[in-house]
Each structure stands twice: as C-alpha cells, then as structure tokens.
Design a protein. Structure first.
Length: 108
C-alpha cells in the first residue's frame, strides 16, 4: 500500500490549504495577465490605439473576478508592469459606477 499512497507530514497537512490557495492565486493571476497581454498586443497592432480597457466581467465569471481583483489588483498591476514596460496601469471604478471595476493600460 505504501507504493500507492504518498506520505505526508502533519506540518504539510496544516499548510495544505494555504499551499493550494497560493497555487490557485498564481494560476488565476497568470490567466488574467495572459488575456490582458494578448488583447493589448492585438489592439496595438490592429487598431493603432494607445489605450486598452480590461473589463474583467467580459472574460471571467463576474462574481469570482470581482472578488479576486479587489483583493489582488496590486499584484496583477505589478506583474503587468514587468511585461508592459513604461505603460500606465490603473484599476478603478468604471465611469464612477461602484462595483464595476476596470483595468486601464495606457501606452501613449
């Protein structure tokens, strides 16, 4: 039976949820960044504009993304600034509508 099951320590069990939560956060942040990066590049190539507005609810489940972005938007912006060097990136209410948040990337 020991060949089928992997042993796990009490400390690993205590930290298992935290570990899984961190893994989920990293995967979700990567998904968000991938969508934004792809769309920014596409918009810059095709439309010649200098601003992209990411409306999270258009790409992700609104209940999940709103809670996630409100909690982790600073980390998302930090990671985006690493790959979209020199761009101004902000996260704010859309036209003053509380609850409908957007991420704006400006490369003008």
């Amino acid at each position: 039976m020991s060949q089928i099951l992997t042993s796990i320590t009490a400390e690993e069990l205590r930290n298992l949820k935290k570990k899984r939560d961190l893994e989920y956060r990293e995967r979700f942040i990567q998904r968000i960044i991938t969508v934004i990066y792809r769309d920014v590049i596409s918009q810059a190539e095709k439309e010649g504009t200098t601003k992209y507005v990411f409306i999270p609810a258009e790409n992700f489940d609104i209940d999940v993304i709103d809670k996630f972005m409100d909690k982790h938007y600073e980390l998302v912006i930090s990671r985006l600034k690493e790959i979209l060097v020199g761009c101004d990136i902000t996260y704010a209410d859309r036209n003053g509508w509380k609850g409908l948040r957007i991420l704006v990337i400006d490369w003008s």
